[in-house]
Design a protein around this ligand. Structure first.
Ligand SMILES: [Zn+2]
Length: 664
């Protein structure tokens, strides 16, 4: 483990950023209390389509019964299970987010609520360690009988992640003991030994959670179990398909009737997979676990597989917003360059999974470039998934919206033109909360000799490098002045380095140390800044950060002849509120002069809006009542205003588009 790269401890990171800090400060104050209300049935589920698809078999209720299910499983309330079979994870992710809030010093007010919930979870655990409210209440005899759909192992994974986070934050091991009891039971049921079940999670998540449990307990059996699941997956005959064929009397999801091996990434052994296939969240959680295993076990073959898959995702199957999952049906990957903008999935959770995968690839390789996609996902899709107020959410993150055609009971019904209060499948809201509450882990990394700056989010870090206390204050004002300032305070003259990722949007970067220009070497995408004396030294990175139009690879049919505007890591979009209806009539020039303008009022951060001139196409038929006819075309000059995609739909709802037609 000597000198292995690790993420910095979020306990010692304070987020001061105008944009991200606003969300982080809201998590404990308003976001988690709101989500707690939702988990307790006090917020209406607004996504009725999803409700019907997932839960028509269970209940007519239009509120979450997440916490009630634990009460019923604990024998403290009468009733039947209600909601999706994986709904327990909403509570676990809420707890994990609460743990991070406590760890960063913002969540003490949540402590009593969290401890009460932990007590309830403990009481819902069965005497043998089993813990899943759906199977305990509704189908106790069907335990482990439907791994493809049942989500028991997925739920176990989120329980473990919450338990590890809560233990790290508080030192209290009550939930950790609950998680270990369940993990031990799973280890007794599943494994390579004769007589044990050779199944594996239908929805991956447990694998990466077991690695976390191993790291906190140092018990090899958890790492071995994670490795076992990733070794067993994809073997022939296919366990999940065989299970579905032989258990036709117990099915949970009608849409799984044509289940294929790729959907859950069981078409090949994970080490042999080369392209991102199937359900995007399942895929990302598995790849993250593969990267974990490659690192823990120095598994070169696994590492190569991760690199190959990462390359496929980020160069052929990822949206400019860091969204992934092109198919609205089954939330999955399709084929290279298939990136439709209005009917995709781009689930918030999938982009969070991409962040997790990228972070682990960076830890595995020390290559800064993995953080490019992490940043793309974070600054665009993940942030867009939550409203500025923190109480409305996107599950699906389109790059183009015409609200009128987002119609229920059609192929567009999964796309919502406005953020929703809550979902029947509510995986995304608490996932966004836990990600933002622990955002520091994506900003800083450390080894024995260096501190790594991976994201440019204003913050402070306290740490210790090789016995020397070090404080770093990062002021990232690059979106307004092209600058990132790093004030590095070292307690002694012991030398170390600060390694700063240099993303492509920093054009012609110039570094200064205390006003004197320096020329740091660049290693693995990091500029290496040497700190060789005690006291305070200020490094300044100044670069041109200019709004730029991007085109897609010409194989991306949906984007051919179109341009998307970015400034720094932020994708910009046009909204109806600024640019009128029928955004598809608008055309822009590659060389349009783009002027940064005032930020949107009352929204987080101070990201500028971007103004430029464009043309609106008029296509006049002989009369307006005709659907088809001979047209007269004309262009009129218009002023366009683009806003950060991460903040879209925080004003008047309406049309939105990221890709704009190019005038060529
Ligand atoms: Zn989700």
């Amino acid at each position: 483990m000597a000198n292995k790269l690790r993420v910095s401890n979020i306990r010692h990171i304070e987020i001061t950023d105008q944009l991200f800090g606003r969300y982080v400060s809201k998590i404990a104050e308003t976001i988690l209390p709101y989500q707690w209300d939702a988990l307790n049935g006090r917020v209406d589920i607004s996504d009725s389509h999803q409700w019907e698809a997932l839960n028509g078999r269970i209940t007519e209720e239009r509120v979450s019964s997440c916490i009630d299910n634990f009460r019923i499983a604990a024998g403290e309330k009468q009733g039947s299970h209600s909601g999706a079979v994986f709904q327990d994870t909403d509570a676990y992710k809420w707890l994990e987010a609460a743990a991070y809030c406590i760890e960063i010093g913002k969540g003490e007010a949540l402590r009593t609520l969290a401890d009460d919930l932990i007590g309830l979870i403990e009481r819902a655990q069965q005497p043998d360690g089993y813990l899943n409210t759906y199977f305990t209440i509704a189908n106790p005899e069907k335990r482990w009988k439907n791994l493809a759909e049942g989500h028991e192992l997925y739920c176990a994974g989120h329980l473990i992640e919450a338990a590890v986070a809560y233990y790290n934050a508080t030192g209290a091991d009550r939930l950790l003991e609950v998680a270990k009891r369940f993990a031990n039971l799973i280890g007794n049921v599943f494994g390579p030994e004769e007589g044990k079940c050779k199944g594996y999670p239908g929805h991956q998540e447990l694998e990466l959670a077991l690695v976390k449990l191993y790291r906190v307990t140092r018990e090899n059996r958890y790492l071995d179990l994670a490795r076992h699941f990733l070794t067993e997956r994809g073997k022939v005959p296919n366990y999940l398909i065989h299970e579905l064929e032989t258990s036709k009397d117990f099915r949970l999801f009608p849409e799984f009737s044509n289940y294929d091996a790729e959907y859950a990434q069981t078409h090949l052994l994970p080490v042999e997979q080369k392209t991102a296939e199937g359900h995007a969240v399942r895929a990302m959680y598995m790849y993250a676990a593969m990267a974990d295993l490659a690192r823990e076990c120095d598994d070169e073959k696994m590492k190569q597989a991760c690199k190959t898959i990462w390359e496929n995702v980020t160069t052929r199957r990822m949206y400019i917003t860091g969204g992934i999952g092109s198919s609205g049906l089954l939330e999955r990957f399709t084929v290279d360059y298939d990136l439709p903008n209005d009917r995709m999935y781009c689930e918030s959770c999938a982009s969070i999974g991409l962040m997790m995968f990228g972070q682990r690839m960076n830890l595995l390789t020390r290559d800064a470039s993995y953080y490019d996609a992490v940043e793309r996902a974070l600054c665009n899709t993940v942030l867009a998934g939550i409203s500025a107020q923190g109480d409305r959410y996107f599950y699906v993150n389109p790059l183009e919206v015409w609200p009128d055609n987002c119609k229920a009971s059609t192929s567009m019904s999964h796309v919502k033109p406005v953020r929703q209060e809550w979902f029947s499948c509510a995986c995304c809201p608490p996932n966004i909360a836990r990600t933002l509450a622990s955002i520091g882990q994506y900003i800083y990394g450390e080894d024995d000799k260096s501190i790594y700056i991976n994201q440019f989010i204003s913050s402070k870090l306290r740490t210790n490098i090789a016995g020397t206390d070090v404080n770093i204050q990062m002021d990232a004002s690059y979106m307004s002045d092209g600058c990132v300032r790093l004030m590095v305070e070292s307690a002694s003259s012991h030398s170390f380095t600060v390694r700063v990722r240099i993303p492509a949007y920093f054009k012609t970067p110039v570094f200064r140390l205390d006003e004197k220009e320096i020329s740091p070497v660049v290693e693995n995408g990091y500029a290496v800044l040497a700190v060789s004396r005690g006291g305070v030294q200020t490094f300044t990175l100044r670069a041109n950060v200019e709004p730029t139009f991007f085109a897609a690879n010409e194989q991306v049919r949906a984007d051919l002849g179109k341009l998307a505007l970015m400034m720094g890591p932020y994708v910009y979009c046009l909204e109806e509120a600024d640019n009128g209806k029928n955004l598809t009539a608008l055309h822009v020039s590659y060389d349009s002069r783009i002027e940064p303008d005032q930020p949107l009022p009352d929204l987080p951060g101070s990201l500028p809006t971007l103004c430029y001139s464009g043309k609106r196409l008029s296509q006049q038929l002989p009369n307006d009542q005709l659907l088809y006819g001979t047209a007269q075309f004309s262009f009129s000059q218009v002023k366009l205003t683009a806003v950060p995609y991460c903040l879209w739909c925080n004003r008047i709802p309406g049309e939105m588009t990221v890709w704009q037609k190019a005038l060529l």
